[in-house]
Design a binder for this molecule. Structure first.
Ligand SMILES: NC(=O)c1ccc[n+]([C@@H]2O[C@H](COP(=O)([O-])OP(=O)(O)OC[C@H]3O[C@@H](n4cnc5c(N)ncnc54)[C@H](OP(=O)(O)O)[C@@H]3O)[C@@H](O)[C@H]2O)c1
Length: 262
């Protein structure tokens, strides 16, 4: 399948590990140049090095926290100067802590809002004007299956990430006339550090072993396994490709069938 992504410039946020990393490398495999970020340099530089060595694409990297609006703006400006364009922006970040509602603090609510909703607003402010000038763009948010089917222990994620859906639908309507598509990808349980961390926290909180918790998680997935990060990345790359040019305002779940709704 020809994706039409060769020589496109793609921002992939929070891309040193997990789903972000797999997405960056999947774009590189299609010949897209990359602007990557994370808070820590070491793993990020390894991804950049792999993309250059294996796929021969250009890579720009920066280290900052995506909750920092000024950091996002400077990153997007530098990426634009570096490649002369920004065609694709995939927003991503870490997830908020897993805890029951009664144990959450207002500081954690503020922080979840900054990390998982406001950071997307920052990226949208930073890249959409440039995509408008190009009259071509793909803006893709990574959220979670929690936006369709809340996860009991993730109240912060359930509440804050649904705001992203409202944003995605609003932007899709507003920026469609500029030939920019705006979509959301909701991963289900995916084999990354984040899911290991959640398994540990939940096992501890419920007095079960991590193995028990993980077995229960897999039992609830119709496909009976976790997603590979590369499988989430494939959906993102397809949404960015010419093949998905008429899809906008949508949420695509990559969840092995966990969401039971119609
Ligand atoms: N894995 C799952 O099962 C699953 C399911 C549904 C939704 N999700 C969501 O999908 C997103 C990605 O998850 P993942 O599983 O790929 O996580 P992961 O393997 O833990 O990787 C997280 C990546 O984000 C970077 N990062 C974290 N916080 C950041 C920040 N404030 N600013 C910049 N970069 C940041 C990390 O690098 P640094 O630490 O160096 O910053 C790392 O590269 C998360 O929001 C997660 O909640 C995951």
């Amino acid at each position: 399948m020809e994706t039409g992504l060769r020589n496109r410039a793609a921002i992939v946020a929070a891309s040193s590990k997990g789903i972000g990393r797999a997405t960056a490398l999947a774009f590189a495999a299609e010949g897209a140049n990359l602007a990557l970020c994370a808070r820590n340099a070491e793993a990020l530089n390894q991804v950049a090095e792999e993309a250059r060595r294996v796929y021969g694409v250009g890579v720009y990297t920066a280290t900052f926290d995506v909750a920092d609006d000024e950091g996002v703006r400077q990153f997007a400006d530098s990426a634009h100067r570096h490649f002369g364009r920004i065609d694709i922006c995939v927003t991503n970040a870490g997830g908020p802590p897993a805890k029951p509602f009664a144990k959450t603090t207002l500081a954690e609510w503020d922080s979840a809002y900054h990390l998982n909703l406001r950071s997307i607003v920052s990226f949208a402010h930073a890249v959409l004007p440039c995509m408008q000038q190009q009259r071509w763009g793909r803006f893709i948010t990574i959220t979670s299956i929690a936006v369709k089917q809340p996860i009991l222990e993730l109240v912060l994620s359930n509440a804050v990430r649904t705001g992203v859906l409202g944003l995605v639908r609003s932007l899709a309507t507003q920026y469609g006339p500029d030939n920019i598509t705006i979509n959301n990808v909701g991963p289900g349980y995916t084999a990354t550090d984040r899911v290991k961390e959640l398994a540990q926290t939940n096992a501890q909180a419920t007095g079960r072993t991590v193995a028990d918790y993980e077995a229960q998680m897999v039992k609830d997935i119709p496909l009976r396994r976790l997603a590979k990060p590369e499988e989430v990345a494939d959906a993102i790359v397809w949404l960015a490709s010419e093949r998905a040019a008429y899809i906008t305002g949508q949420t695509i779940l990559v969840d092995g069938g966990v969401y039971r709704g119609l």
